[in-house]
Design a protein around this ligand. Sequence first.
Ligand code: T4K
Length: 383
Amino acid sequence: MSATNHHLPPLVFMEDRPTFLTRPYLPPLEDFLPYLARIWDSRLLTNGGPFHQQFEEKLRSYLDVGHVSLFANGTLALMTALQALRITGEVITTPYTFAATTHALLWNGIKPVFVDIRRDTCNLDEELVEAAITPRTTAILPVHCYGQPCAGGRLQQIADTYGLKLIYDAAHAFGVTVDGTSLLAQGDLAVLSFHATKVFNTFEGGAIVCHDPKLKHRIDYLKNFGFADEVTVVAPGINGKMNEFQAALGLLQLEHVDQAIAARLALDQRYRQALAGVAGVECLPVADGVRRNAGYFPVLIGADHPLSRDQLYDRLRQQQIHVRRYFFPLISDLPMYRAIASAAPANLPVATTIARQILCLPIYPDLDVQIVDRIIDIVSSPP
Ligand code: T4K
């Protein structure tokens, strides 16, 4: 008997839906069916199967980096990255990020030390890092926010001077290059997310990029409960493995990702041109030599806009445009962090201001330009 349909949720058609911040890119379903058939035939579902091996190598080559370890999601990859380098004590990080960055520290029993961000990139202000170092500091954990590169040279110099590890949360930085070199090659480790909402998705997924084959071995043991072989457990590992469904989808998605990024960049350009000069709307500057991925389209809503940021957020929602305030509230304002001394708003004036001004506008490869133009109209002269 064929599969019954009564378990399927009702279909919601695009025209009845609001415009969301993002809409995951998916390849044509018929192109994915042969991959599924292979999984059904082989019954190899996880634990480093053939698609996993193939995807890991193809991704490494696409990203042009030393080594890649695939993960079930970006958060497990972050938690494992900290374990892999045996990070303890205090870690200097940004308050302007998604909760996963800082939660990964707490899950490892590490104290986050918050340092303010730069207004131009929304990234950790490298010139404030040294003042936050204490004898307990073991690492710096910056985020390439919206895929905008951190000041990698300066951060590496500080890490080298003070003997600290440098781990990048590169969840937003898939495919970004600086002067032709992958941004992911910077630091000791870089962590990616392939969540549905990201530029490159495997439904859920993530990866750690590293440059040292011995470190890759340790990461791979750690994500598989610490098993080095059938009878040898070398560390108290976790289950962080990517499964065959995710890896197969990743392989297929790699064939489409350049096209998807190009479509995003075209919309990014359309927003930028139309919003340049609109009072109270500031786009983040584009740095020289950077191949961006246009994963997000953040704008800052200033005092000279007729509406406050939150009024504009509400106005857009009334028009069925679901924008987001990434990243508001600041992580340092969340209940589990606000008692930390460095979380005080007075220590984080730039991040505090930006969190009140930020609005991320919808951007995804098949977003209709007419909707983009409508969003531009509403933002430029709110109804
Ligand atoms: N580090 C950083 C800097 C991160 O930004 C993230 C994740 C991580 C680490 C952790 O990586 P993962 O463990 O997630 O791999 C979303 C995502 O869940 C999260 O992955 C992402 N950052 C964060 C910035 O955004 P929400 O709670 O805002 O997502 P949600 O469900 O509201 O989705 C946003 C919009 O996307 C919705 O309005 C509709 C659309 N959408 C979403 C999903 C999940 C779809 O159309 N289809 C979907 O399947 O956190």
